[in-house]
Design a protein around this ligand. Sequence first.
Ligand SMILES: O=C1O[C@H](COP(=O)(O)O)[C@@H](O)[C@H](O)[C@H]1O
Length: 223
Amino acid sequence: MKFVEYPDRDMMFLSLADKLTSELGDFLRREPRATFCVPGGTTPGAVFDVLGDIDLDWGRVSILPGDERWLPEDAPRSNARLVRSRLMQHKAAAAQFVSLYNGAETPEARLDDLTEAVRPHLPISVLLLGMGGDMHTASIIPGAEGADAALAADAPLLVPIRVPGANEARITLSMPVLKEAMKIHVLITGPEKRAALEKAAKLSPAEAPIRAVLDDATVHWAE
Ligand SMILES: O=C1O[C@H](COP(=O)(O)O)[C@@H](O)[C@H](O)[C@H]1O
């Protein structure tokens, strides 16, 4: 694991956006298209704001959420909503969005269709992940129904997830798909997440799913 500590969050968001677009640009010099896989949640909005204004051949980039809450795209907790409203603005509006929500009643109902819609955009070229204080990443959440299946070496591409007590189901890219990414970055902020990351490094992926990517990841942190 490479750990990069920044003097403040603004510096981190600027520098990380620059790094991500430079890696995507490298891919686009070699390949016709690149896939940029992104997190949801509360942390990445500020880096999305910077990314959307950076010069890149966005028309050749597929933007794929790493996970999604099973909600319409206009729902406040939808990761698609965050990505469309914060990342796919300005220059990045030319990118292609690959949705993990197809409007079916449950994630399982038309899972095969969803899988076939995502498959052409794999493998991931550049992966940005977040991490929850419980050490989950994407929607691979310790103790959730589906988490073990998502971590298995032979996991399918997409796995439905149910968190006890939560209002909505989720869907996540499985760990083998995430780990296959050419470049892996993890974005975290604050002392609690830094402590959680240090704890995760000593646990198993079942206890701390972020652990599964750490050996190959660059972690970006600012207080
Ligand atoms: O549920 C989620 O949580 C993680 C972390 O989110 P944050 O709000 O603590 O930044 C996020 O990476 C994931 O994509 C999201 O769906």
